[in-house]
Design a protein. Structure first.
Length: 156
């Protein structure tokens, strides 16, 4: 997935360059067929593409155990930070549930916006607006009626 080619399926202009990370525990990865892990990664990439992100890379990150501060280890952080510079990544999408502290720590360590899989539509839209200064139109066009109540003004 991370062969350096950007993935896009939409005809709309991408709202940002994203890198998708699917963290999985090593012991769980060993118990699952490799195809299942690839399918989970492909699903996460598909979700990023659905909101008009240009996916410049994706990877399965095997971890021993979740790090309380960053969820992943420092080696992966260094590799992702280098990848962010090389590929001009604006946003990291983690295919897991991050605590607010982990998300904040990852953003500081990577110097990029980080969102996780559990982001609600409005949180996701706000994250994208903050990261790219563009309102993701697919979220505006295809969101439920409660979306009219939302404002897409990022908090300073």
């Amino acid at each position: 997935m991370s062969d350096g080619k950007a993935l896009t399926t939409s005809t709309a202009t991408p709202t940002g360059r994203a890198y998708v990370v699917h963290p999985t525990l090593k012991r769980e990865a060993a118990a699952q067929p490799a195809r299942r892990l690839e399918a989970r990664l492909e699903e996460a990439v598909g979700l990023a593409l659905a909101i008009d992100l240009e996916v410049v890379g994706a990877e399965i990150a095997r971890i021993d155990r979740p790090n309380p501060a960053l969820f992943v280890g420092s080696g992966l952080i260094e590799r992702l930070a280098a990848r962010a510079e090389e590929e001009e990544v604006e946003l990291f999408v983690f295919d897991c549930t991050l605590s607010p502290a982990q998300q904040r720590n990852l953003e500081r360590a990577l110097n990029r916006k980080v969102i996780d899989r559990t982001s609600k539509y409005h949180w996701l839209a706000d994250s994208l607006v903050k990261a790219t200064s563009i309102i993701p139109l697919p979220l505006v066009r295809h969101t439920p009626t409660w979306s009219r109540e939302l404002t897409y003004e990022p908090v300073a």
